[in-house]
Design a protein around this ligand. Structure first.
Ligand code: IMP
Ligand code: MG
Length: 178
């Protein structure tokens, strides 16, 4: 069982569900002020559980879409990303709410935001389930939970593509990395 590999739970399923209600209300109220409804764009694969929980709590007619990006590996150049899967809905003249699982260095988001602005998005906001506090160029507009600077898995987040299906966020036992 995947649960046996977990050393400690950092954020429970109940806490995430409750936070998603609060986040959706806050986000919706903010967009209402602008009179616009965003395209809610999930960054695959990590955002799927969070996105599913969050969008259920919106009451206005949002549209959803997905993107998958990856960083170029083995280069030191900051911010080089590759688009593996692009949005199907046009971003032109639309506000976009990006849904992310966790912000670590923030490099991915800086680049994706730039790209979407280049495609004509009027506004790009970010909601992230988790935030690892760091000195960085970008902050999420909305954050679910701040987590310590440890490697976390679950609720969409993986270690070598595993543990995304855990219904909570936790830390793996050290022997799993050995
Ligand atoms: P960054 O903000 O560009 O450094 O990259 C963030 C991405 O790295 C996230 O979307 C995750 O896919 C991945 N990531 C960062 N920290 C963790 C973690 O603790 N567990 C699992 N994935 C992580
Ligand atoms: Mg990710």
């Amino acid at each position: 069982m995947i649960h046996d590999d977990i050393q400690k739970v950092l954020v429970t399923e109940e806490e995430i569900e409750k936070r998603c209600v609060e986040l959706a209300q806050q986000i919706e109220a903010d967009y209402k002020k602008t009179g616009q409804t965003p395209i809610v764009v999930g960054l695959l694969k990590g955002s799927i559980s969070f996105m599913a929980e969050l969008i259920k709590r919106f009451e206005s007619p949002i549209e959803i879409d997905f993107m998958k990006v990856s960083s170029y590996e083995g280069t030191e150049s900051i911010g080089d990303i590759r688009i593996d899967l692009d949005m199907r809905i046009s971003a032109k003249e639309r506000p976009i709410l990006l849904v992310e699982d966790i912000i670590d260095t923030g490099r991915t988001l800086v680049e994706v935001k730039k790209m979407l602005k280049n495609k004509g998005a009027t506004d790009v906001k970010v909601v992230s389930l988790l935030d690892k506090p760091h000195e960085r160029a970008i902050q999420a507009d909305y954050v679910g939970f701040v987590v310590p600077n440890e490697f976390v898995v679950g609720y969409g987040l993986d270690y070598n593509q595993k543990y995304r299906n855990l219904p909570y966020v936790g830390v793996l036992k050290p022997e799993i990395y050995e």
